[in-house]
Write a protein that binds this ligand. Structure first.
Ligand code: ARG
Length: 283
C-alpha cells in the first residue's frame, strides 16, 4: 500500500566534487573528474530508467557537492518522510532543500522529537535505514544515532533493529548491507559488531556475503529494482552469485563517486517508500 509507483529521487552531479573530507574515502587531493562523474551518473540514470521506473530530480546546488547522494535526503515511509539531520556541517545545508522538495511534492514531513526529549541528534536517512521485509535495519555510530532509530520505530510503528557500524569505511549501513527481497540481503559482515552480525543472521534467512575486495568496490551499495541489481564495476563474484539466485545484475562504472565514499544506492532514494524498495515485484 505504497502511494506512488516505483520512483527514485536523484540529483545530477553538476556541482559534484571532493571539497572536504568527512569519510575515509575522501581525499581533497584526489579530485573527482566532474565530466566523468556526469557520464557515470547519466549511465546509471539510463540503466535505471530502462527498468520502467520513474525518476524524479532535485536541482543540484553549488557548494553542496554531496547533494548527489540523495539516499541521505531522508527516509520515506508510504507518504511520510523523516528528513535527515546531517552529522557533518558540510552537509547540513542540504536538509532544508530536501525538506522543501518533499513538501512541494506532496510528502508529509514528520519530525523527530527534540534531542532533549529522546529524539536523538543525527539521522542520515535511507543511507542508514533499510527495510528487509517489515524490519527496519538501522545503522548507528558513524552518522546516525541509535536514539533516532528508536524514535523511528515509535513514529512509524515499525520494528527497528539498530546495528552498530564498526568500520569507518562503512559509515552508512547502505555501504555494507543491501536488502534484495524480504528474506534475502547482501552484506559485508566485518562492518558490524558481533551483536549486529547475530541480529542480521537471526532475522534474514538468505544472506550473500560480499568479499572484502568487492565490498571495497561498494558491492553492497546496490540499487535493487525488482530482480534487477545495479552496482559499481568490479564485483564479479557478487554478480555470479546474484545470477545463480535468479537476479539480473548490471555493472556500471561509478568510480568518481567512490572517491566521495558513495556508489549506486547512495545516488538514489526510493520515493515510493524504503519498505517497498527491494522485494515488491515492480516491473
Ligand atoms: N561524501 C558523502 C558523505 O560522506 C557520501 C555519502 C554516501 N551516501 C550513502 N548513503 N552511503 O556523506
Amino acid at each position: 500500500m505504497t502511494t506512488r509507483p516505483p520512483t527514485l529521487l536523484m540529483c545530477p552531479p553538476t556541482h559534484f566534487g571532493i571539497e572536504y573530507e568527512i569519510n575515509p574515502w575522501m581525499r581533497v587531493e584526489v579530485a573527482a573528474d566532474n565530466a566523468e562523474a556526469q557520464r557515470q551518473w547519466h549511465a546509471l540514470y539510463e540503466h535505471l530508467k530502462a527498468t520502467g521506473i520513474t525518476i524524479e530530480l532535485i536541482e543540484p546546488v553549488k557548494g553542496l557537492p554531496d547533494i548527489v547522494f540523495t539516499a541521505n535526503a531522508g527516509m520515506v515511509y508510504h507518504n511520510r518522510v523523516l528528513v535527515s539531520r546531517f552529522r557533518h556541517p558540510q552537509r547540513q545545508g542540504e536538509s532544508p532543500l530536501f525538506r522543501e522538495w518533499f513538501e512541494s511534492h506532496g510528502f508529509e514531513v514528520v519530525e523527530f522529537a527534540p534531542p532533549d526529549q529522546g529524539g536523538g541528534y543525527d539521522f542520515e536517512g535511507a543511507g542508514d535505514a533499510l527495510f528487509c521485509g517489515d524490519t527496519l535495519f538501522a545503522g548507528y555510530r558513524m552518522r546516525s544515532d541509535a536514539t533516532c532509530h528508536q524514535q523511528i520505530g515509535k513514529i512509524l510503528g515499525v520494528r527497528v533493529i539498530p546495528v552498530e557500524l564498526v568500520d569507518p569505511r562503512y559509515y552508512h549501513i547502505d555501504t555494507c548491507f543491501c536488502p534484495l527481497a524480504e528474506d534475502e540481503a547482501i552484506w559485508y559482515p566485518p562492518a558490524f559488531d558481533d551483536y549486529g552480525r547475530r541480529a542480521i543472521e537471526a532475522t534474514i534467512p538468505k544472506l550473500i556475503e560480499a568479499e572484502q575486495s568487492e565490498a571495497e568496490r561498494f558491492a553492497c551499495n546496490a540499487v535493487v529494482v525488482g530482480r534487477n541489481v545495479f552496482t559499481n564495476i568490479g564485483c564479479p563474484r557478487l554478480h555470479d552469485e546474484l545470477r545463480e539466485r535468479g537476479y539480473t545484475p548490471t555493472a556500471t562504472p561509478l568510480d568518481e563517486f567512490v572517491k566521495a565514499g558513495g556508489s549506486a544506492k547512495c545516488l538514489t532514494l526510493r520515493l515510493d517508500g524504503e519498505e517497498a524498495a527491494s522485494w515488491k515485484k515492480v516491473v
